[in-house]
Design a protein. Structure first.
Length: 494
């Protein structure tokens, strides 16, 4: 067996054929692989092998890489609308529902005396049962009290179990051989033929054309299905067409990554694209690019490294793209959220400081205001005015100083600049208007209103301020509304 393995490697080297590792494994008997497993040593590809794979010099490598890249592109395009339609788990159900179609088609064709492994016939059988699985989910959702997740779980498990049982029957048939049918479960990328690549390419092109032609309609039913129905759009037909595209991509992806992993190509690329843009058009483009990139990188890495199944590596590459997008995406990535949250926290702290300094000016006697404003406030005065820690107050003062809102002297006294005084005026006015609204229209006690206003004043825009002024006409022309706490104190004294 060892000599057979060395002979195969020698023949491949002499003919200059670079086959993926998963195809090599199919040419060597299982006993030979078991015997050589202990002797296997992880080896990096040589420079010659790397160049040959990257330049697509070998026929089999060229077919596999181009086919999986086009498959990822098609899955990314169609999967975008599937994700927005909130049917991510439906794709998993569809893929598992194809197994009984494959097994039953093989059994029927073999029983009739034909070639059971006819790829076209197996694809048609998979597509039929995929549609039946979709119809089963819809029927359960519409005519029973079960929720969507229960319907999906039932259909997935029943169809998959039925398929496993049929595979067992197919494997015990006297005529025909069922060897290789199980590859539809896990995928067998290395056995992809030129016809498979052409079929995937045609599907990718057709999916792209349909998505472009019906982009507006698909967008409408994804975001507001009921509104589209009231406007007279044929929502049922559009929804059926969308699911037809999903079925087609799922079926053609079985040969490449298998029914278990094909769902990853439909869901992971659009999920990654959502972290980079908030526009659907850009999301569709990015999702297709991420899917194609996953197929390209996964199949290339599988061709370069030994014992790496291409289907699994493609999904791993898609997962790496998703993790990178999750961490560094510019439209909701964790790193971006951390930056925005830190920026908002600093903005809120700086505005609270400016408002507190303005209110401290108001508390001073009018005869002493000019001199004391020029004198400013000490660090201890500001620290005692609000529940700040020393470290946080120092950071806020530093931020306000760098923004030109305040200025300090050598005696560590801080005063508002003209820019800071104008900003503080706007903040205090928004704060007082919101307090007045809560007291007048929400029946909040003046002693309790400050906490609610303190959280909202930082997000009030100009349009909201205008609405508050219309609802509080007595304060519309007032430069700075009076503080409700001071009014309450004056009333209690009276």
């Amino acid at each position: 067996m060892k000599s057979m393995k060395r002979l195969m490697k020698s023949l491949i080297a002499q003919r200059h054929i670079a086959l993926p590792a998963c195809l090599m494994s199919t040419l060597i008997p299982a006993t030979a692989k078991a015997a050589g497993l202990a002797e296997h040593v992880f080896e990096l590809p040589s420079g010659v092998e790397l160049i040959r794979v990257l330049t697509l010099q070998d026929y089999n490598t060229r077919v596999v890489i181009i086919g999986t890249t086009l498959l990822g592109l098609a899955a990314g395009l169609v999967g975008t609308f599937l994700l927005l339609r909130k049917r991510a788990l439906l794709s998993d159900t569809l893929s598992h529902a194809t197994l009984p179609g494959i097994a039953l088609t093989f059994i029927l064709i073999t029983y009739l005396g034909g070639e059971g492994k006819n790829l076209i016939a197996l694809i048609i059988g998979a597509a039929v049962f995929s549609v039946l699985g979709t119809v089963s989910v819809i029927v359960i959702q519409r005519y029973s009290r079960l929720k969507d997740d229960a319907a999906l779980g039932i259909v997935l498990s029943v169809y998959f179990g039925f398929g496993i049982a049929l595979l067992g029957i197919a494997s015990r048939m006297e005529t025909g051989t069922a060897a290789g049918l199980s590859s539809f479960i896990y995928g067998k990328t290395a056995s992809m033929l030129f016809f498979d690549a052409v079929l995937i390419g045609a599907t990718a092109l057709g999916s792209a054309i349909v998505c472009v032609l019906l982009f507006k309609e698909f967008t409408l039913i994804c975001f507001d299905y009921h509104y589209a129905a009231t406007q007279g759009w044929p929502v049922m037909r559009l929804d059926f067409l969308m699911m037809t595209l999903v079925v087609i991509v799922t079926v053609i992806g079985l040969q490449a990554v298998g029914l278990i992993l094909v769902v990853a190509l439909l869901i992971i690329p659009p999920s990654a694209a959502r972290f980079w843009t908030r526009r659907l058009k850009n999301m569709v483009i990015l999702s297709g690019l991420f899917g194609g990139l996953s197929g390209l990188l996964g199949s290339t890495l599988s061709a370069l490294m030994a014992n790496l199944p291409a289907g699994a590596v493609i999904v791993i590459m898609a997962s790496m793209v998703f993790i990178f997008s999750l961490a560094f995406g510019s439209a909701g990535g964790l790193f971006q959220q951390m930056i925005e949250r830190r920026r908002l926290t600093n903005k809120v702290a700086r505005e609270n400081l400016l408002r507190k300094m303005y209110e401290l000016y108001e508390l001073r006697d009018s005869a002493q205001t000019a001199s004391q404003i020029e004198e400013g406030f000490r660090f201890e005065d500001l620290l005692a005015a609000r529940a700040w820690s020393s470290a946080r107050l120092r950071r806020t003062l530093k931020s306000a100083l760098s923004a030109g809102m305040i200025q300090g002297d050598g005696n560590q006294r801080f005063t508002l600049t003209d820019k800071g005084l104008h900003e503080a005026y706007q903040i205090v006015r928004k704060h007082r208007l919101w307090e007045a609204y809560l007291i007048t229209h929400a029946d909040i006690a003046p002693s309790q209103v400050d906490w609610g206003a303190d959280a909202v004043e930082h997000v009030l825009d100009r349009e909201m301020i205008q609405k508050l002024e219309k609802m509080l006409p007595d304060l519309k022309d007032v430069k700075i509304p009076p503080s409700p706490h001071e009014l309450q104190a004056a009333q209690s004294v009276t």
